[in-house]
Design a protein around this ligand. Structure first.
Ligand code: Q9C
Ligand code: ZN
Length: 675
């Protein structure tokens, strides 16, 4: 099956057919062009053609009543017949929203489009998808329009999925720059819907100015812990800040929760150039945010447009999101220099607040609770020093580079193995077209010694394969070898000595002693998961992670992957990932697939997996992950060993000086090497 036929795109031009008919500075940014430029960009890049086009429908009264009151619905129903004056008066009872004779029709289509997306994904017609809609939804409430929103598209979709498909757990990730208070109110006492929102807050100075948008609003009754707010108290946040929150808060909690469906309130006012958000994240960050969600819920991810008002960064961000849903290689995550102080304060507060609800946060940055309350007092430096006036703001033309092109190599996954190996569907046997370079053979011989002549061919094939990956002719590879650690050693020695590969991340699962092959020149980083306590051996580029029960510990391995391996990987930014699995490491197959899937976000998906010949039965699942299939869900995760949590926490603390993306709290004292 063509993997390209598995992403739905839902759009209808009709939703561009309403606009602001009077003067209202608060609403003038919500224009029909938001949708047209987004769709045109998808057409121009050829992305739209690669998606399954699913028609919109009107949401029914029954659908809308899943979230809204009868009175409110009946009131909105009257708007198509109102005069301009009536519409203006009607609008006045709500905040920051406008009505138009055609908006009721569009609002039904926006909610209906979202339901069509959920139907397409839940019935398996597609794997995932995006709905481009207007009006947006996440601010609208039970009985009120608000913030450009009429019906709460995503909330209606969540209720609908629960009712129609008996979905037990839904994650709503709201990456719009505003707080989706409508979604929060809708599910605040419902533990089956985990609502996660980050938003510009500035200690309540930013719209919608709600006390309950702060990190200490966690949900009510049964739903306590299932509402997670990350307030941003500064503007200008960037990719590092967003990724930090994903890796240290959203994903650990999401994996523990184990959603059966992921809905994204995909607002792109969090992108650079947006007049509302005033943030600095570049459009390619949405490729990573999307990718990091795609191994949850068996890949069932539904992205629904919310905000986004810069007509350049909005379509770019939409394209990055859709291209990722389609499975194209991720752009290299450029210059992640760690989160800023204000973002760290927010991250710290939200982690500490939620540690009583989520076992993955149990030891989150141990701090006395009084210290938390002091964080609520705002410091003078939180205020923007000078308020710029509108003219000055508009004069400042923000520019940023076009997102990098994301080209898929012709070969997706190449397999190297013993004679007669059968390649799973979608992968292909790797046959080097040329004989290996005699110099290479000579060098490898030195490394291997006399007794391993037959390993020589495999090894030279592997090095050719890696070379092809570096030239972006092949995306990923899987090699079955006689001896994984020896093969890894030779590859590493070869790479250290040659000009090959700008940087390589090696992820090693197993107890073998492997440190000695690592150079400290920054060309490679090795992260080892083992049962041994090797902490004393740790360096900047050799990171041993001890799991008492080894890699069979699902919670431990996932948690260490999310909060240690991925932050290190993102900051290190390798050109290639070498993923090595020793035969006795004990990793469970689904966890292995999660690890393989998550690592595809690094090095443009250039992952080479090394496995022992005897691990034949793992070939199919590994190839499937390398081909971009979502990893099977792991089930809600149990608490993991407190010894392990402590060891991990210690490791992170030690490494934070060198690797800023590991920080989860404002460092107390500056690191020695900070100058
Ligand atoms: N400076 C969405 O992004 N406030 N809604 C505008 C003008 C309202 C945003 C104030 C912002 C509503 C879906
Ligand atoms: Zn917004």
């Amino acid at each position: 099956m063509n993997p390209d036929t598995r992403t739905a795109l839902i759009y209808d031009e009709e939703m561009t057919k309403y606009k602001l008919l009077w003067v209202d500075p608060a609403c003038k940014i919500e224009v029909p062009e938001r949708l047209t430029v987004s769709y045109e960009a998808l057409m121009k890049t050829g992305l739209a053609d690669r998606c399954v086009s699913v028609p919109v429908r009107e949401a029914t009264d029954e659908d809308i009543l899943l979230v809204h009151s009868k009175e409110y619905l009946e009131a909105v129903k009257q708007t198509p017949y109102m005069t301009l004056e009536d519409l203006q008066v009607f609008t006045l009872q709500y905040g920051d929203v406008y009505f138009h004779p055609n908006i009721y029709h569009c609002a039904k289509l926006a909610a209906g489009a979202t339901l069509q997306l959920v139907d397409s994904v839940m019935t398996g017609k597609v794997r995932n998808g995006m709905a481009l809609v207007r009006p947006p939804g996440h601010h609208s409430m039970h009985s009120a329009a608000n913030g450009f929103c009429v019906f709460n598209n995503v909330s209606i979709a969540a209720k609908y999925a629960k009712q129609k498909y008996s979905v037990k757990r839904i994650l709503i990730m709201d990456w719009d720059v505003h707080h989706g208070q409508g979604v929060q109110y809708c599910f605040e006492d419902d533990p089956s819907v985990l609502y996660f929102s980050w938003h510009r807050y500035e200690h309540q100075k930013f719209w919608p100015h709600l006390r309950e948008s702060d990190y200490d609003t966690v949900g009510k009754a049964e739903g306590a812990g299932f509402n997670i707010n990350v307030p941003w108290n500064k503007v200008g946040l960037d990719n590092s800040d967003y990724l930090s929150v994903f890796l240290h808060m959203l994903l650990p909690v999401a994996y523990e929760f184990c959603p059966e469906l992921v809905l994204v309130c995909a607002g792109f006012d969090t992108a650079i150039g947006d007049p509302e958000g005033e943030m600095c994240a570049t459009p390619d960050v949405f490729a990573h945010l999307t990718h990091l969600l795609m191994n949850l819920a068996d890949g069932k991810v539904c992205a629904v447009l919310e905000g986004g008002y810069n007509l350049k960064s909005l379509p770019q961000s939409v394209c990055e999101t859709v291209q990722t849903l389609l499975g194209d290689p991720l752009p290299r995550p450029a210059n992640l220099k760690g989160p800023c102080k204000s973002a760290l304060e927010s991250l710290h507060c939200v982690r500490a607040t939620h540690r009583k609800y989520w076992s993955c946060l149990k030891l989150a940055d141990d701090l006395p609770s009084e210290e938390l309350s002091t964080k609520r007092v705002k410091s003078a430096e939180d205020d923007n020093p000078i308020e710029k006036n509108e003219m000055e703001k508009e004069a400042e033309e923000l520019v940023w580079p076009d997102p990098p092109k994301r080209t898929s190599p012709n070969v997706r996954t190449a397999v190297v193995g013993p004679e007669g190996i059968t390649c799973p569907e979608g992968s292909q046997l790797f046959c080097p077209s040329e004989d290996p370079d005699p110099n290479l053979i000579k060098k490898l011989q030195e490394c291997l010694g006399k007794d391993a002549e037959d390993a020589l061919t495999t090894l030279s094939t592997l090095i050719t394969l890696m070379d092809q990956m570096e030239k972006n002719k092949i995306r990923s590879g899987l090699a079955l070898v006689r001896n994984v650690s020896m093969t890894m050693n030779c590859i590493v020695q070869h790479c250290a000595a040659s000009s090959f590969c700008n940087r390589m991340l090696i992820v090693f699962l197993g107890d073998m002693v492997v440190k000695n092959c690592i150079t400290e020149d920054g060309k490679m980083m090795l992260v080892q998961f083992s049962t041994k306590s090797l902490e004393a051996e740790m360096t900047k580029y050799y990171i041993p992670v001890c799991l008492k029960k080894g890699c069979s510990d699902v919670s431990g391995l996932i948690h260490a992957t999310l909060s240690l391996l991925l932050p290190l990987g993102y900051e290190f930014d390798p050109g290639l990932v070498l993923l090595v699995r020793t035969p006795d490491c004990g990793v469970n197959e689904n966890t292995w697939q999660q690890l393989t899937g998550l690592l595809q976000g690094l090095g443009q998906g250039h992952t080479l997996v090394l496995m022992q010949e005897s691990d034949q039965s793992s070939v199919a699942p590994t190839v499937s992950s390398l081909l971009g299939a979502p990893a099977p869900a792991l089930g809600p995760l149990s608490a993991f060993g407190s010894d392990d949590i402590e060891a991990l926490q210690r490791l992170k603390l030690k490494l934070q000086c060198d690797w800023k993306l590991l920080q989860t709290t404002v460092p107390e004292n500056k690191c020695d090497d900070d100058g």
